[in-house]
Design a protein around this ligand. Structure first.
Ligand SMILES: Nc1ncnc2c1ncn2[C@@H]1O[C@H](COP(=O)(O)OP(=O)(O)O)[C@@H](O)[C@H]1O
Ligand SMILES: [Mg+2]
Length: 241
């Protein structure tokens, strides 16, 4: 087991956001957390990334482990540089006044000298040829789909082996959603472990190997994607009947 969240209870101030949830991700898997707005999906990712307050919720009980090691005392930069996990945040958070290339370069600062940067740039531009064409453009001039590609590309430039994505399909036209999800599949086939948070349950379950349904801070269902796609309760609540 690569990453495990164990009976995690998390609060913002006095507000209980996660009520004691458990889930895990094996190396090489695509696992999805699906659920409605406010279910606790972003909170789960922020807890794993060890983001500092005020964004970060406070862990009250339970644990988060990476290869068996507790992350409760791990610093956020260590999550990226040592554990090789990178977050693609909801809303992308790219620097609009910087070029595509500059946004990608920013992600490499935490890396060791002599890291395989040129290979990683080549991989990003191979996965996202449109970023290559636009590498000298200011990022604010990119379309929403291209900005999402840049957000994924930037995470890849940290040299990550685990990709955490928060609602990457949000705001994208259907064609671009499918294109992005095909790229995620390709990355996974190259060995990337993926934890994908999505409101678009249908899309997420067609990509992922396994999934967990989050409902107001609890796990309401879990299983293989096939099981969840066939589960009548999941169908009714999350898959449009
Ligand atoms: N910074 C915050 N301060 C207080 N409550 C928050 C904060 N962020 C999220 N919450 C609450 O925590 C719960 C889970 O939110 P969140 O993880 O953002 O859900 P999701 O990503 O599934 O939409 C919600 O009830 C939300 O209102
Ligand atoms: Mg969210």
């Amino acid at each position: 087991m690569l990453l495990s969240v164990e009976n995690l209870i998390v609060k913002y101030g006095n507000i209980l956001a996660l009520h004691g949830i458990s889930f895990h991700v094996n190396s090489g898997e695509i696992v999805t957390l699906i659920g409605a707005n406010g279910a606790g999906k972003t909170t789960s990712l922020y807890s794993i990334c060890r983001l500092p307050p005020p964004e970060a919720p406070r862990v009250v009980a339970g644990d988060i482990k990476f290869q068996g090691e507790s992350l409760l005392k791990t610093r956020p930069n260590e999550v990226v540089s040592r554990l090789k996990m990178a977050l693609v945040p909801e809303g992308r958070h790219i620097f609009g006044n910087l070029t595509v290339m500059e946004n990608l370069e920013l992600a490499t600062y935490s890396r060791e000298k002599g890291a395989q940067l040129s290979e990683d740039y080549a991989r990003v531009f191979d996965l996202f040829p449109r970023l290559s064409e636009r590498r000298k453009q200011r990022s604010e001039s990119l379309s929403g789909g291209e900005q999402q590609m840049l957000a994924v590309g930037r995470a890849l430039m940290t040299g990550c082996q685990v990709l955490l994505l928060d609602e990457p399909s949000m705001g994208l036209a259907p064609r671009l959603k499918y294109e992005l999800f095909r790229t995620l599949k390709q990355l996974n086939e190259q060995g990337m472990t993926i934890l994908l948070v999505e409101q678009n349950a249908n899309l997420a379950l067609h990509l992922a190997h396994r999934g967990y349904v989050l409902d107001t801070g609890t796990i309401a269902a879990s299983g293989t994607s096939e099981d969840l796609l066939g589960n009548p309760d999941v169908k009714k609540a999350y898959l449009g009947g």
